[in-house]
Design a binder for this molecule. Structure first.
Ligand code: CMP
Length: 139
């Protein structure tokens, strides 16, 4: 599958970075199939990140992702999730390659401005967490 999920996290939304981040990603060749702004409950945040349950940062992470509105995008690219991870950079902004989204805008490993589906962690599950098929468009 060449679809993948991007989340622009509450820190980036609050800092008015939606436009800058989307421009960088779309300029890298992604097509937007679906997009919406949502504000998760803590329970929904915990469910989305359930793969991290038990880790020491899980409570912090579920609080953070539900601390404000987020923008979720279903994106398509021939190299899908792998390509998106390249454009957003490493999880911890201090390890993110020069010019990547997290290098430019991330402030810490937690407040790292975006989430991008991991190729080996079922991007389609993450897409379906937020979108019905009829909310996404092939064009
Ligand atoms: P994300 O790509 O959204 O996937 C899981 C998130 O957990 C990750 O980005 C980080 O923001 C977050 N994370 C990973 N390690 C830590 C940590 N040590 N402290 C806080 N958050 C973390």
């Amino acid at each position: 599958m060449n679809r993948t999920l991007l989340i622009i996290k509450p820190d980036a939304v609050k800092r008015n970075l939606i436009g800058n981040i989307l421009k960088q990603i779309l300029d890298a060749g992604f097509k937007m199939l679906g997009m919406k702004m949502v504000w998760l409950t803590r329970e929904q945040g915990g469910k989305f990140y359930e793969i991290h349950k038990g880790k020491d940062f899980y409570d912090w992470l579920t609080n953070f992702i539900s601390s404000g509105p987020i923008v979720v995008c279903c994106l398509k690219h021939p190299e899908g999730p792998k390509k998106l991870r390249e454009v957003v950079g490493a999880t911890d902004p201090k390890n993110a390659a020069q010019g990547t989204v997290r290098n430019l805008y991330g402030t810490s490993v937690g407040e790292n401005v975006v989430h991008a589906s991991a190729p080996d962690e079922d991007p389609e599950r993450e897409i379906k967490f937020f979108f019905d098929e009829k909310e996404m468009f092939e064009y």
